[in-house]
Write a protein that binds this ligand. Structure first.
Ligand code: ADP
Length: 195
């Protein structure tokens, strides 16, 4: 199973990708987590990425594409993976497509988490208070939402046109959303069975 989780910051992609990855027994690959790890370890990449992330901007495409290319080549990703936070631009989506085509391992689907903007802000600012993520400050949050709309939201139509996208209501509790994701994943399989 190879899936992408799409959705604005605060939509719960990371939480749901990790939970679904456990249920499916495949790795959840989060470019945000990989970059934060590089920042913590103070690697050259981390030093380059920190200021960009703190400003709520996007790390250059070639950098994250390289990270993902290497990560999905690791043995634990051979039977599948969930991508969280990647792709975030059309260029990243096209690079992913080339990588997967090279591996003869096409995408199975894209889960698009839908959450009203007011809820996103509440969740992100709540997380800032709880976890102290340095990019969850009010000014940065507004910038991340703006960048999402400008750069990442076009991917929704891109994957819808490819027939890969399923919208999932991301409001409510973690369990409620997880239940909706499970139902969204069995639906295409049943439809295929009937055909
Ligand atoms: P969120 O979805 O809450 O914004 P992430 O953990 O996915 O959080 O990303 C945090 C930050 O890491 C982003 O604001 C961006 O600076 C950087 N980042 C993560 N993934 C990518 C990506 N695919 N392309 C460019 N930058 C990225």
């Amino acid at each position: 199973m190879r899936l992408i989780f799409l959705g604005p910051p605060g939509s719960g992609k990371g939480t749901q990708a990790k939970l679904l990855a456990e249920r499916l027994g495949v790795p959840a690959i989060s470019t945000g987590d990989m970059l934060r790890d590089a920042v913590r370890r103070g690697t050259p990449l981390g030093r380059r990425a920190q200021a960009i992330m703190d400003a709520g901007e996007l790390v250059p495409d070639d950098v994250v594409i390289g990270l993902v290319r290497e990560r999905i080549a690791l043995p634990d990703a051979a039977k599948g993976f969930l991508l969280d936070g990647f792709p975030r631009t059309i260029e990243q989506a096209e690079a992913l497509d080339r990588i997967l085509r090279g591996n003869a391992a096409p995408l199975d689907g894209v889960i698009n988490l839908l959450v009203p903007e007011g809820t996103l802000l509440e969740r992100l600012l709540g997380r800032a208070a709880l976890e102290g993520r340095s990019d969850d400050r009010r000014e940065t949050v507004a910038e991340r939402l703006r960048i999402y709309r400008e750069k990442t939201a076009p991917l929704v139509q891109h994957y819808r046109d490819l027939g890969l996208l399923t919208d999932v209501d991301g409001s409510g509790s973690i369990d409620e959303v997880a239940g909706r994701i499970d139902r969204a994943l069995v639906r295409p399989a049943r439809a295929a069975g009937r055909a």
